[in-house]
Design a protein around this ligand. Structure first.
Ligand code: FES
Length: 158
């Protein structure tokens, strides 16, 4: 457990691929019913050896540190994967070098898995991923601002 926490701290000291991707081909967003955290993933595809693969992935999170660390790992290891390969990765695989998630943190990894699946448009559904209207998607901050007027107010912590 301590080892896991030090790996999370290490990942957060230099988080990879954080921020919106202006030229993304697909975007996926999820909110966790367990804790109210939100995470969004952007994907950019390219052609490699006749296959459509993920060129770049980025994320934005109003979530816990574990979700951010997993998203940082996941966006690195998604590079070069086809939609089918990416859709086949579960939360533990997406956590990469962080290793197995402690039971209390499994939903944090699932937040990343869910955002990825949303971006991929469902498991292995390549055409939808290609057609995701990124330009129509509001930013995560806009989503949060919109939520602020509803009955549930999301207050991101520093
Ligand atoms: Fe909510 Fe980790 S506690 S995603």
């Amino acid at each position: 457990m301590e080892d896991f926490e030090s790996k999370v701290r290490e990942a957060l000291a230099d988080p990879k691929n954080q921020g919106e991707m202006a030229d993304a081909d697909a975007v996926g967003t999820v909110g966790s019913p367990d804790c109210g955290d939100m995470l969004r993933i952007w994907l950019k595809f390219t052609e490699k050896d006749g296959k459509r693969v993920i060129d770049r992935a980025s994320f934005q999170s109003f979530g816990c540190q574990t979700a951010m660390a997993v998203a940082s790992m996941a966006t690195e290891l998604l590079r070069g994967r086809t939609v089918e390969e990416a859709a086949g990765l579960d939360a533990t695989e997406l956590a990469g070098d962080l290793g197995a998630l402690p039971p209390m943190k499994i939903h944090c990894g699932q937040l990343v898995e869910g955002a990825l699946r949303d971006a991929l448009g469902g498991a292995g559904d390549a055409p939808r991923a290609a057609a995701s209207p990124v330009s129509a998607a509001p930013t995560l901050s806009q989503d949060l601002a919109a939520k602020a007027v509803g009955p549930v107010r999301v207050v991101p912590l520093d």
